[in-house]
Each structure stands twice: as structure tokens, then as C-alpha cells.
Design a binder for this molecule. Sequence first.
Ligand code: HEC
Length: 118
Amino acid sequence: MTDLLRTCRTVLPLAVLWLTGCGLGDKTIAEADPELFATPPTYSATIDPILEQSCRPCHGEDSPGGIRMRDYEEVKLHRQAIAEAVRDGSMPPGGAEGLNAVEKELLFRWAENPINKQ
Ligand code: HEC
């Protein structure tokens, strides 16, 4: 077993997440250590880089669909719509770099945590 697989099994006991999320390759967050899941994710360390990679190419200075994600306040404001669009697969749209299962899980945990840690 590779180190990546071992990490994934430790981080994600849910087999479905393991199967769909790990082994997808080069994603830095997928290789992250279990500490990421031990405490609620923070915006600055975890959520911001995900959005930078997958969402801000479009939702940066522009606001398609009325959604702009330049900083914590804007993202927090739209957190429910953001989580919903990622959950139902409509965002990011085809062709754009999507989130792997680990990144999605972190995003949902952050968006659905009432504190939305900064
Ligand atoms: C390639 C450009 C592009 C990328 C990348 C992108 N979006 Fe969008 N997004 C759009 C456009 C265009 C709209 C408005 C039209 C539409 O709804 O399709 C939109 C609309 C939205 C909306 C409004 C509701 C909805 O579903 O229409 C949300 C929420 C959203 N995006 C979230 C995200 C998130 C979260 C990401 C990153 C994971 C993301 N988008 C990445 C182009 C993009």
C-alpha cells in the first residue's frame, strides 16, 4: 500500500470517500495529514486555497450568478449557496478544475459549521 492510500484510509474512514477522493492524484489537500480533520477547518488555511484554485478564476473580480469570493466576508455571506453548488455538482462548471472528495468534505465542514472559522 502506498503512503497516500494509507493516509487516505486514516483520514477518511468512509469507504465511499476513500474510493472517490483519494488516488485522484496531485491534489495537495488530499495528501494532507489527519490534523486537517481533527479540528474544524479554517478559512485562511484550508478554504481560501480551495477557492483560489477552483472558483476564483471566475468568481474573483467578477461575480457570475451574483457570487463573488474575494475574501472571508464574501465567502461567508454566500457559504450556503457555495456548498449547495458544489454538492450538486453544478460548480465549478465543466472544464474548470474541480474539487476532489477531500476538498469537498473540508468545504462542507467549514460552510456548515456555525462558527465558520476565519
Ligand atoms: C469557469 C467559470 C466558473 C468557475 C471556475 C466557477 N463558477 Fe460558479 N458560476 C459561474 C457562472 C457563469 C455562474 C452564473 C451562471 C450559472 O449559474 O451557471 C456561476 C454561478 C455560481 C453560483 C450561483 C448559483 C448557481 O449555482 O448558479 C454559485 C453559488 C457558484 N457559482 C459557486 C461556485 C463555486 C463554489 C465555484 C468553485 C468550486 C465556482 N462557482 C466556480 C462560473 C464559474
